[in-house]
Design a binder for this molecule. Sequence first.
Ligand SMILES: C[S@@+](CC[C@H](N)C(=O)[O-])C[C@H]1O[C@@H](n2cnc3c(N)ncnc32)[C@H](O)[C@@H]1O
Length: 169
Amino acid sequence: MSNEKQFRLKTKFIAARNVKEYRDTIPTWVTKDDVVLEIGCEWGTTTVQIAPLCKEVIGTDVSLECIERARQKHPGIRFEVLDAFDARAALALGKRFTKIYIDMSGLSGYRSLLDVISLLTMYATVLRPEAIIVKSGALKHFASHCVPWRGDRLRAVPQEDAAEAGDGS
Ligand SMILES: C[S@@+](CC[C@H](N)C(=O)[O-])C[C@H]1O[C@@H](n2cnc3c(N)ncnc32)[C@H](O)[C@@H]1O
């Protein structure tokens, strides 16, 4: 059963539709004091783009083969084997991560939406980063249709309908 504390997360969730959008977020969301965790780094192509913009980055993947290849390709960057669903192993990396990037295979379709949401909530709760950027077209699509109710009828109405409803602005 949920309680109020569960929803007091400060973490922002940013959903990108594809790998281009995922990488396009880097200049906006990564800053020089950030300690960044990438989950699902494969060969480190995105990790290497994050590295020059932040204090520290660790690229992680469930596949040892990927991690070995990433280490060979980018010897200056730290890469570790990590299963995304093992949040305790992420905690054991011993860093105060401020931003988390997630790009895992198997998270793209609508059927995986609950997995995406539970993964985001788990990392927001356990590691408490400022933001988690996730590659999930399904989440982006779903989130774009969500409007949080704030008790103000006009705010909850889409812009074009607001004018008709007498908004006047
Ligand atoms: C599309 S690739 C990532 C591409 C990479 N982020 C980039 O920008 O180049 C998806 C990766 O997710 C990894 N993956 C799948 N399941 C995972 C899990 N449970 N934990 C961590 N990584 C996982 C795969 O091994 C694969 O390398």
